[in-house]
Each structure stands twice: as structure tokens, then as C-alpha cells.
Design a binder for this molecule. Structure first.
Ligand SMILES: C[S@@+](CC[C@H](N)C(=O)[O-])C[C@H]1O[C@@H](n2cnc3c(N)ncnc32)[C@H](O)[C@@H]1O
Length: 1022
């Protein structure tokens, strides 16, 4: 890989020379710099050009490049000379000037010389690729003793932190018991933070704030050598009032003794960083590292991650451009009020301070620049960063009085707001700050709100808190205008968008960087419609990086935040208007790295971005628009048809449809082995009942009697040995009991061609609803045939599969089910194809003999048609299928019937002959379950291989795996993710199922080959 880089560099150099570039320093330096950059990136280092370096004699020199690690420490230097220079003489000259000699690389376009610890360790001609590679590796691989000490200290600190926190929490608990002064101050603070930040905060939260205060005081003093901030800030003063009551004597001495060694190293590192931008960068990383070690769950919930500088600068410039274009005013002009509602470490505000001229700054800083933060640690960090940047620029310190510790989404009491909401306080001054902010007409809202969407796992106990007022606004706007089947737009970033849309008033600009899903997600159709009505211009820069939608991407490599969720910038311009917004969209290439994207933003001003003018289609899509004859086809299912009691209101082929079963604890309630399943469920049930008893005995006593409070207490109280979900906790609050019942064990189609035992208890499954009982009767075992298909919003290719059992939600992607029959509450078997559907077909084909069963087959046939799937690919991602009338009804019905029979009977079909080879004398064969498609082999384990799989078999795919690969995947041996299941019930061994799997693979191979043949027959016909 590296040699390849060098070859590319050499070729580039030759081109440069051939095309007239003289061999002087500047024309070829860029090529070598690029090479160094790539070597550095491979070690997560960055090459920063022209940074100042303070020599030991106190003078300043400027190496051409400084190699920095993630915490902005110098790890090497680079100096480039002209080929006409005498390199050795130049090196001597540089050292005489005080250049560092710890790790420095010199080049003169002909050769490189590497000096480490004052000694030359190597020299290579540029033409000697191998030697050059060795030297460059040695250069970027060097670790100065200090960098090593620092790395080790931080890693020890991260390891020690939990212990230290325990120690402090214990000390505070003791104070709570014996120190009345402490209790009084603490309770007062609790009352204040409940009002200012969140009414659900409790004593434990205050305790954490106190701890954060203690620990950060030391960090900030170390890094910025400045305790002034902690003395002067109003919130810090309030917290200091609490800490002063107990943080003294031996407790203070012991704690400081424990943290001092670490902080001394941090301090030393900070002292070594001369450039003040680099120093701020250092602080942000220390802060992020610290927060993630201190409380990873809350770091995730609040979106504790700083915004890269390239993005911040780009957005500030863009906002400046837009305010000038639309309102004739620049950001620096008086009267332009700017607010960052989720300021984190304060990057947007500090960037604005840097961006404005000195002459404009003072007025802006005092009167027109605002920001909010809800968490104490970033609040402190932001305050410090902002005041420090101001001081650097203006040459004097001035307190920044416009940062408030407040939950922005609760802060609805601003000028022009219609609702009446409670006022906040924390300190009188914080209240005053919020009041001052709320009095302003805000012209620019800019920032990076938290991206955290729905919590993935209840056991993480990391819920976003409810925001009734904002959520109501979302309901009345984005949700009301949405046609999505299920609308989930209560994510934090959607709330911040809603809040900004309301806060900005009549004229202004909102500039956010957020989760990109508002651009094309189905559930955001209402949002797209509403913002197009509320704003006059909308610009979107899609930075991609959605790893879930494109597994070829990597979060760390391709995403500008290093996360899995796609990212976009949105700029919304608000003006009094009658026309819908003009919408502009630009995107960066899908496979661009984060570095490419940041470089693009660094070098391309907003005005030069090549935006496409987008005209939304009728589904309010901004991209991937689908204009075709889709709307003329018959919908398979609609929510109106499902809900109505009146036959004449039906307008879809099927009456009932349903999502598959979802449990949110699959590893507990599914198993290939019935006995293991019973043991697991019994354990779960007993444990749950034990927790109930424990709650009655120990937990309930601390409950104050408020219903909300109870849920939260229980969430904190229960032992998470078993998997808790919101639903289970809610039932627990109501006092519900669980009881094991063997009759609840059913069969369920869990993945394509894989049935499993399932414990069908609604209390233990997030979604086992009346719909599922309507499909399979009260016993869940009645006769039915069901077409399952991948539901809206799926990221993979559309797929379907017929089943005669319940389907799991992940059978296909977001599985939806269309049954042939349904069962009413008296267990009567009813037709599920509507009269409306039947009439449509009979009328269209002029044939009264068409039956519902024919239609069922026809639908199944058409939905397998490759031409249909290709043409309507986008529609199928966004909506339920619609069914066209093809010319030859009989042929499509016959194909559908043939496929249906094949798929429903996969367990009895004659297996395809797959010759088996067994190696001799293999003891305890190791499971592999791998496909070698090219060879047509299936390697089951280290002993057995099946061969002769025809190429056509792999073509039968459901999503992005073939049917055979689904089977192989599911039978692999893996450690369950759930800790308890892994520890107590991980009994699965492939060897126990091997012979059954061989037969199943033969069968699925036969089904695949036959399916591929039918699909091939369909060809492109309609
Ligand atoms: C993605 S970070 C902001 C990054 C920031 N631009 C920076 O570079 O540091 C989001 C910040 O919003 C804060 N936050 C989350 N919810 C908030 C709320 N409801 N009100 C105010 N701030 C909030 C978080 O604590 C976090 O610091």
C-alpha cells in the first residue's frame, strides 16, 4: 500500500517536471506534502503547515509542516528545501536556529534525511521507493517520550476514573447524611436546576454536577492556567457554594492527590502547544475524552461531540452570505442577533469571534451573540473557550454574559411566542441571561444540535426526555402533513429544527448541521412539506456517510463526525412570502472520505457550491423522485381500508395488513431448541417476579407517589440481568405479573427459510398484537397463507416471501404481512381480499370467474417480476406495493401460484442433490458455513463440504443475501449479545443440527433453482 503511494508520488513528480514545472521548492513541495499527509493519515496523524514552534531559547521558528496527533501534540516536523540548496548545510543552519531535532524530516526533492533524537537515522534518494518507504514509516511511527507518557497517563486516567467517581460519590453520600450545611446548599441547587434544566432531575444529578465541577476546575486551571473563569461564572459560583461545604481537609487532599499526576501531564501537554487554535482543539479533545469516560450514556444522549472547524467556518461564512443576500446585512452588523442553541464547546461562537473584525466584535460580544447549553461540562468548556478567544483577539478579558445554562427546547418564552410557559432560573444571573436572550429578535440560529435518535436498547437506560410543548408543535405540523404509515419525527434534531423554525420569527436564517435523514426519509415527508411552506429558500448540502444505508462506507473513514448516521447541512431562509420555498441541493460523492469532505468545505465557499434546484414531487421528495404510472395501480393495502367498518370505504386489495412480530429481546424468546427456549423463558419470568417482590420490599419505600417518578425509579431500580424494555417497565409499574405457559410456544418464520420456536406472550414482545391474532386465530396456529414483503423505508432491494406461520419483523427488512384470510373474534375464517379488490379485477378483465385466491397468486407473481421491481424500485422503498393489470392475467396467476407452492412447501420439497465430501479423521469439526459461489461449494465445517450448487441458485435473493446464504448465516455459531443469555443459555452447537441443515440446504437449493427459473421466464414481460 505504501509503496504504491510512493509510486504514485514519483509518477506525479515526473509529470510535474515534464509539464514545465521547474524543480523549485514550491512547485513540487505540494506533491511531497500530499505523500506525507497520506502516511500521516494512516497513523491518525495530521500534517499542519506553517505552525509556530517556540525554541528552547525563546525564539519562534516555523517548520513547513508539523505532524500532530489527535490531541494536537507535536510528534514530528518537516522542512522542505530547494534542490539547489546544499541540504546538509541547510540542516545545520536550521538546527542553529533552534529547530527541534526530536523527529524531523528534511527533503530537497532529490533525497530525504530523517533526524531523530538529534541523530541522523537514515537518508534515502526519492527514487529509492523501498528505502523512502522505510524512512517515512519511521517518521510517522515515532513516538516522543512525552507523547508516550501522555498517552499512558490518559489511558490510566480513563481506567481510574470509575473508581475515583465511586470514591467521590461515597464521600458525597456521607456528607448528605452528616453535613447539614451541605444538605441545605444541595437542596437549594436541586430546586434551581429542576426549574432551569429539567424538572426530572434528582439528587443524583446534582451530585454528578458537583463532581463535574470539582474535576473540571482542575482541568481548566491546568490547560488555561486560569481559574478566573471558575471564580467569575455565575453557575460555577453556585456550585462552588455547594463544594465549599464539604470539599476540604483530607477529602480534598486525597482527591487532588489522585488526580494531580494526570492533570500535571495534561498541563504539561497544554504548555507545549503554542498556537491558540491548537490549544482549543486540545481542550475539546480532552473534554470529549473525559466526558465519554465519565458518562458514555449521557455523552451519547446529548451528542457530546465537537464540530470540526472546517464545518463551523463554512457555516459561519454561509450564514454571513445568506444574511447579506436576503437582508442586506452582514453577521457583524448591528442588529443581527446570533444564537447557537446547543453550543457544546462553543465552537460556533468562537468561530464568529474569530471571523468578525475587532471593530465589530465588542458590540456583538456584549449584545448580540447568544448561546445555550444544557450540560454543565460543555457549558464550562464553552464559556472558557469563548472568553479565551475573545481575550486573545482583543487583548483583554471580558466576561461573556450571553451563555445560559438552559434546556433550549424548554425555552419557549421568547418574544413573539404564543404559549405561556414557566420561567427559568438557576441563578438570578442565569435567569437574567435567558430573559435578555428571549427579548431579542433572533436573526441567525446556527449550530450542531444533538443527533441522537431513538434509544436502541432499553437496557441502556438512556432515554431522551419528553418535550410536550415542542412535540405538540411537531405533531401539529410535520406529523400532520406526513403520509407515512408510522411517523417518528420526535428525534432530538427534529425538535431543534421545529424549535428554530418557530424561534426565528419573520426574517432570518437557520443554519444547522444534522442527521441527513430529513432529506429522503419517508417519515420526514411532512417535514419537507412544512418547511417548504414556512421558509422562502432552503439549501441542503448532503455530506452522506450513512453507514447503515451503505455498508461499504465506514463511520470512521467516511463520516465527518466519525459516526454511523448520515450528516447534512441545512440552511433555511425565512422571509415574509407567499410562494413555496425554492429548494437547492448539493451532495458530496458517496465514497469521499471525511477528510475529502472537510477539505472541500475548507476550500469551497458557499457561493461556489454547485446546487441543483429541486422541485419537490407530489410525495414531497427532494431527491430520488419517482414520476411514473405508479399512482394508477391498485394499492395492496391502505390504512383507511384497514380501519374502516364500511365496505364502500375500502380502496385496497387486502383489508388486513400487519407488521411482523417484534420482541426487542429476540435472544430471550426465540430458539432453535424448544427445551432451551422453555428454560430461558422460565428464568426470565422467575427473575421478573423476584424483582417485583424486591420492589415491594425495598424500592417502593423511596417512591414519592408521583406516577412519572415511579417509572423513573423503577427504571433505575430493576436489575438488568434480564432484558427490560419500555413496555415491560410500564407493565411492571402497573404491577403486572408474568407466568410461564407452555401453550404459548409457537413456530415463527424468523429469517428466510428458517423457522424457530417462539414464546408468544404479548408482555414479552414489543409487537405481538391483535393483528397477529387476526391472522392466525387465538391459538396463533390457524390455517393461513401470508405474503410477507419488505416494508417502507427499507434500505435493501425489495423482497417478498410467502409463509404459513407468523413472520418476525426481520424476516425481510421491516417486514409487512398480507394474509389471504383473517379470523374475527369469534374465530370465523374470513376472506381478506376485499370486495373492492375482487371487483377491480373482475371488471378490468371482464371475467366473473376470477377468485380471491387467483388474485392472491397474481399479486405474488407480479411482485416477483424483475422488470417491475427495477422500474418501481424507488416507489417500493417509499410506499406499499401497488399492483398493475398485466395483459395475461392467467399467466401471472400461474407463475404466482407456482412460486407460492414452492415457497410454502420448502420443508417437504425434494432436496436438490448436493454431493457431500467428508474429510477423514476430523475430530470435533469446526463450524464454517461458508459459500464458495464461484466453485458452487458450501463449506459446512472443517470436515464436510457440499458441492454442485448451480449458479442459478445464488440468484434467488431476499434483500442482499441469497436464500442459501440466509440459511448458512443463521446456523453459524455465535455468542449471544445478551450477557445473561450468553452466560446461561448459549447451548447452540452446529454439530447438533448438521444433518438437518444438509437436508434443508438441499431443499432450499431446489426451491432457489425453481424460483430462479420462473423469474427468468417472466423476463421483461408485463
Ligand atoms: C453536537 S454537540 C454541539 C457541538 C458544538 N458545536 C461543538 O463543536 O462543541 C450538541 C450539544 O448540545 C447540547 N444539548 C443537547 N440537548 C440540549 C438542549 N435540549 N438544550 C441545550 N443544549 C443541548 C449537548 O449537551 C451538546 O453539548
Amino acid at each position: 500500500m505504501s509503496l504504491q503511494l510512493i509510486n504514485q508520488y514519483q509518477a506525479k513528480l515526473e509529470r510535474l517536471i515534464a509539464y514545465g514545472g521547474s524543480r523549485n521548492e514550491t512547485s513540487v513541495r505540494a506533491a511531497f506534502q500530499d505523500l506525507l499527509d497520506r502516511y500521516a493519515a494512516a497513523k491518525s496523524l495530521a500534517l499542519v503547515t506553517e505552525l509556530e514552534y517556540k525554541t528552547t531559547s525563546g525564539t519562534t521558528v516555523r517548520p513547513d509542516g508539523t505532524l500532530k496527533n489527535a490531541v494536537r501534540q507535536d510528534v514530528g516536523y518537516w522542512e522542505s528545501k530547494d534542490e539547489r540548496d546544499d541540504l546538509d548545510a541547510e540542516i545545520a543552519l536550521k538546527f542553529a536556529k533552534g529547530y527541534p531535532d526530536l523527529n524531523i524530516l528534511f527533503d530537497d526533492t532529490q533525497q530525504v534525511v530523517l533526524i531523530q533524537n538529534g541523530q541522523e537515522v537514515g537518508r534515502a534518494a526519492m527514487s529509492d521507493a523501498r528505502l523512502l518507504n522505510t524512512l517515512l514509516e519511521q517518521f510517522v511511527g515515532f513516538e516522543t517520550p512525552f507523547v508516550r507518557t501522555f498517552r499512558e497517563a490518559i489511558s490510566h486516567f480513563q481506567d481510574d476514573l470509575p473508581d475515583l467517581l465511586e470514591h467521590l460519590r461515597g464521600a458525597i453520600a456521607a456528607q448528605a447524611a452528616e453535613n447539614a450545611g451541605f444538605r441545605e446548599k444541595r437542596d437549594r441547587l436541586l430546586e434551581l436546576v429542576q426549574k432551569a434544566i429539567n424538572p426530572h432531575l434528582n439528587g443524583a444529578d446534582v451530585r454528578e454536577m458537583v463532581i463535574q465541577h470539582l474535576l473540571t476546575e482542575e482541568i481548566f486551571t491546568s490547560v488555561f492556567n486560569d481559574a478566573q473563569f471558575h471564580r467569575e461564572n455565575n453557575v460555577a459560583r453556585e456550585l462552588a457554594g455547594v463544594t465549599e461545604t464539604f470539599f476540604k481537609g483530607s477529602l480534598r487532599r486525597d482527591t487532588l492527590q489522585r488526580i494531580r499526576p494526570y492533570y500535571a501531564v495534561i498541563q504539561q501537554a497544554a504548555v507545549n502547544i503554542a498556537d491558540h487554535h491548537e490549544k482549543q482543539q486540545f481542550l475539546k479533545i480532552i473534554y470529549e475524552t473525559f466526558y465519554k469516560a465519565y458518562n458514555p450514556a449521557s455523552a451519547d444522549r446529548l451528542g457530546i461531540v465537537y464540530t470540526p472547524n472546517e464545518i463551523v467556518r463554512f457555516m459561519v461564512e454561509a450564514a454571513d452570505h445568506l444574511t447579506e443576500k436576503h437582508f442586506g446585512k452582514l453577521l457583524g452588523d448591528p442588529g443581527v442577533n446570533i444564537l447557537d442553541p446547543a453550543t457544546g464547546t462553543g465552537t460556533f461562537i468562537t468561530e464568529i469571534i474569530e471571523y468578525l473584525s475587532k471593530a465589530q466584535l465588542e458590540h456583538k460580544y456584549v449584545h448580540e451573540l447568544f448561546c445555550n447549553e444544557v450540560a454543565l461540562l460543555p457549558y464550562y468548556t464553552a464559556n472558557l473557550n469563548i472568553e479565551y478567544t475573545y481575550q486573545q483577539k482583543m487583548g483583554h478579558y471580558a466576561e461573556f454574559e450571553n451563555i445560559a445554562l438552559v434546556d433550549t427546547l424548554d425555552n419557549l418564552n421568547y418574544v413573539g411566542a404564543t404559549g405561556q410557559f414557566g420561567m427559568f432560573e438557576l441563578t438570578a444571573e442565569n435567569l437574567e441571561r435567558i430573559r435578555r436572550q428571549n427579548e431579542q429578535q433572533i436573526s441567525v440560529i446556527i449550530g450542531n444540535p444533538p443527533y441522537n435518535a431513538n434509544q436502541l436498547n432499553e437496557n441502556d437506560n438512556n432515554k431522551n426526555r419528553p418535550y410536550p410543548a415542542i412535540d405538540e408543535r411537531i405533531k401539529k405540523t410535520y406529523v400532520k402533513e406526513s403520509t407515512a404509515q408510522k411517523t417518528k419525527v420526535y428525534d432530538m434534531y427534529a425538535r431543534f429544527l421545529r424549535w428554530a423554525g418557530d424561534r426565528i420569527g419573520e426574517n432570518g436564517v437557520v443554519a444547522y448541521i444534522v442527521n441527513r435523514s430529513f432529506i429522503d426519509s419517508r417519515t420526514f415527508d411532512g417535514f419537507r412539506k412544512v418547511v417548504a411552506g414556512e421558509f422562502s429558500e432552503i439549501y441542503v448540502i448532503d455530506l452522506g456517510g450513512d453507514v447503515r444505508a451503505n455498508p461499504k462506507l465506514s463511520g470512521t473513514k467516511n463520516n465527518v463526525f466519525g459516526i454511523q448516521t448520515g450528516v447534512a447541512m441545512i440552511f433555511l431562509v425565512k422571509k415574509p412570502q407567499t410562494e413555496p420555498a425554492r429548494i437547492f441541493y448539493a451532495r458530496r460523492p458517496e465514497m469521499d472520505t471525511a477528510k475529502d469532505k472537510l477539505e472541500y468545505l475548507r476550500t469551497t465557499p458557499f457561493q461556489h457550491i454547485p446546487f441543483d434546484h429541486v422541485r419537490p414531487d407530489k410525495l414531497h421528495s427532494w431527491i430520488n423522485q419517482s414520476e411514473n404510472d405508479w399512482d394508477e395501480f391498485l394499492p395492496v393495502a391502505t390504512s383507511e381500508t384497514k380501519a374502516t367498518d364500511r365496505v364502500r370505504e375500502e380502496n385496497a386489495i387486502f383489508k388486513l395488513y400487519s407488521l411482523g412480530v417484534s420482541t426487542n429481546r429476540d435472544e430471550w424468546v426465540y430458539d432453535l431448541d424448544e427445551k432451551t427456549l422453555k428454560e430461558k423463558v422460565k428464568f426470565f419470568v422467575n427473575f421478573h417476579e423476584g424483582e417485583k417482590k424486591r420492589w415491594l420490599k425495598e424500592g417502593k419505600a423511596v417512591w414519592t407517589g408521583k406516577p412519572n417518578d415511579k417509572k423513573e425509579l423503577i427504571s433505575d431500580f430493576v436489575d438488568r440481568t434480564i432484558k427490560w424494555t419500555n413496555k415491560l417497565e410500564t407493565n411492571f409499574v402497573k404491577g403486572a405479573s408474568l407466568k410461564f405457559d407452555e401453550a404459548k410456544i409457537k413456530m415463527l418464520m424468523y429469517r428466510p427459510y428458517l423457522k424457530q420456536f417462539y414464546y408468544a406472550d404479548a408482555a414479552l414482545s414489543d409487537r405481538l398484537t391483535i393483528n397477529h391474532f387476526e391472522m392466525f386465530g387465538r391459538s396463533l396456529k390457524e390455517d393461513n397463507e401470508v405474503i410477507s414483503f419488505s416494508g417502507t423505508g427499507s434500505s435493501k432491494q425489495f423482497s417478498i416471501l410467502a409463509t404459513d406461520e407468523l413472520s418476525g419483523l426481520d424476516l425481510l427488512e421491516k417486514t409487512q404481512c398480507l394474509p389471504l384470510y383473517r379470523y374475527d373474534k369469534h374465530e370465523n375464517k374470513l376472506e381478506n381480499i376485499t370486495n373492492w379488490g375482487l371487483n377491480q379485477f373482475r371488471t378490468h378483465y371482464g371475467d366473473d370467474n376470477i377468485t380471491r385466491q387467483d388474485i392472491f397468486h397474481y399479486v405474488y407473481g407480479v411482485l416477483h417480476n424483475p422488470a417491475y421491481r427495477k422500474k418501481y424500485e424507488l416507489n417500493l422503498r417509499r410506499e406499499f406495493p401497488r399492483i398493475p393489470f398485466y395483459e395475461d392475467f392467467g399467466r401471472w396467476t400461474a407463475w404466482g401460484q407456482k412460486l407460492l407452492e414452492l415457497h410454502l412447501n420448502f420443508e417437504t420439497v425434494e432436496p436438490y442433490p448436493l454431493p457431500r465430501t467428508d474429510s477423514q479423521n476430523v475430530k470435533n469439526p469446526k463450524a464454517k458455513l461458508k459459500a464458495d459461489k464461484a466453485a458452487g461449494d458450501i463449506i459446512l465445517d472443517s470436515e464436510t463440504t457440499l458441492s454442485g450448487v448451480p449458479a442459478a441458485a445464488w440468484d434467488y435473493k431476499l434483500g442482499n443475501r441469497s436464500a442459501l446464504e440466509w440459511v448458512l448465516e443463521r446456523y453459524k455459531e455465535r455468542t449471544p449479545k445478551d450477557k445473561t443469555v450468553a452466560e446461561k443459555f448459549s447451548t447452540y452447537r452446529f454439530a447438533d443440527y448438521k444433518e438437518d441443515v444438509i437436508v434443508l440446504l438441499g431443499r432450499v437449493c431446489a426451491v432457489s433453482v425453481a424460483t430462479a427459473a420462473v423469474v427468468a421466464e417472466m423476463g421483461g414481460s408485463e
